[in-house]
Design a protein around this ligand. Structure first.
Ligand code: PAF
Length: 295
């Protein structure tokens, strides 16, 4: 049952918690202050689907309370990207998470940004200008600005983010480390179909043949895992995948998670394998963390 802020009671553990809808920062701060125990935040732009439910499920495992934000952030849309057309259906979103989260914060744009664009904002630096950011100037600056504001407003002990948006996750991990934000970022594993294909709402646009072709992504993740821990072998596996050209690759790279620079053969530690490519004009992503060290 969704309640208005006035009627809502703070929810406890269990599947039958009452979900309160909140639209103002003042109300959010007041309700947040009432929550005892740990709070996990799940930040979304709405259009909630099973991927979001996996984040909520992980948040519920990790904390006493779950706070979900539902806000289409104008700052992360570029001029050619259709911010206006982004799907918005708050009632449908509330139905998806009803009883699963304690609070849903769904502010209007004017509530989040009384001045738009804000005079002061956060930048993702070079990490925001490469890979997904190369074609979307300013996108990751918009993401880190809104995430910083949402962390300030919700004061969670931890915030969950999916591993599939690997660059976003890596940049948010840097944001928290570089700005000493008092929150733990909890990555949530990619949900895969039985075939290995990473789950995505975009998979629905693929034909049977396209789905088969798209398995090149998860096969490449498996090849990189098999090649680990040799950094040189991981790099060779990715080059070989691109050379096979089973899909129209945008990139297949192994990155240092701290800098998002490509690893070299003498790398030591974790490497973030990031893949992006097109199948039947559908852009697909996959990612994994592997251990990669010099031979
Ligand atoms: O991943 C998203 O949905 C968005 O980028 C986020 C983190 C909610 C910020 O608007």
């Amino acid at each position: 049952m969704i309640t208005t802020p006035q009627a809502a009671r703070p929810a406890g553990d269990g599947p039958d918690r009452t979900t309160a809808l909140i639209t103002t920062k003042t109300e959010l701060r007041a309700r947040r202050a009432e929550l005892e125990g740990t709070v996990a935040a799940v930040f979304t732009m709405g259009a909630l689907h099973e991927g979001h439910l996996a984040l909520v499920a992980r948040a519920r495992e990790l904390a006493d309370h779950v706070l979900l934000t539902d806000f289409v952030n104008p700052l992360q849309f570029g001029p050619g990207e259709d911010y206006e057309a982004y799907p918005r259906d708050l009632d449908a979103d509330l139905a998806v998470v009803d009883g699963l989260v304690d609070l849903v914060f769904a502010p209007a744009v004017e509530e989040m940004y009384p001045v738009l664009p804000p005079t002061v904002s956060v930048t993702a630096g070079r990490a925001g200008t490469i890979l997904e950011g190369a074609a979307r100037p300013g996108h990751f600056d918009g993401v880190v600005t809104v995430v910083t504001k949402l962390l300030q407003l919700t004061s969670p002990q931890l915030a969950v983010f999916g591993r599939k948006d690997a660059q976003q996750l890596a940049i948010i991990q840097r944001l928290v480390a570089d700005l000493d934000l008092p929150v733990r970022i909890e990555p949530v594993e990619i949900h895969r179909e039985a075939s290995g294909l990473a789950r995505s709402s975009r998979n629905a646009y693929l034909s049977d043949q396209g789905r088969e072709q798209a398995l090149a992504l998860s096969r490449t993740i498996a090849a990189a895992r098999d090649a680990a821990p040799s950094a040189a072998a991981v790099r060779r596996a990715l080059v070989a995948a691109v050379d096979r050209a089973e899909i129209d690759w945008d990139y297949a790279l192994a990155l240092d998670p701290a800098t998002l620079e490509e690893i070299t053969a003498d790398h030591r530690g974790e490497a973030l394998v990031v893949l992006a490519g097109r199948v039947e004009d559908v852009r697909l992503l996959d990612a994994a963390v592997v251990v990669a060290t010099a031979d």
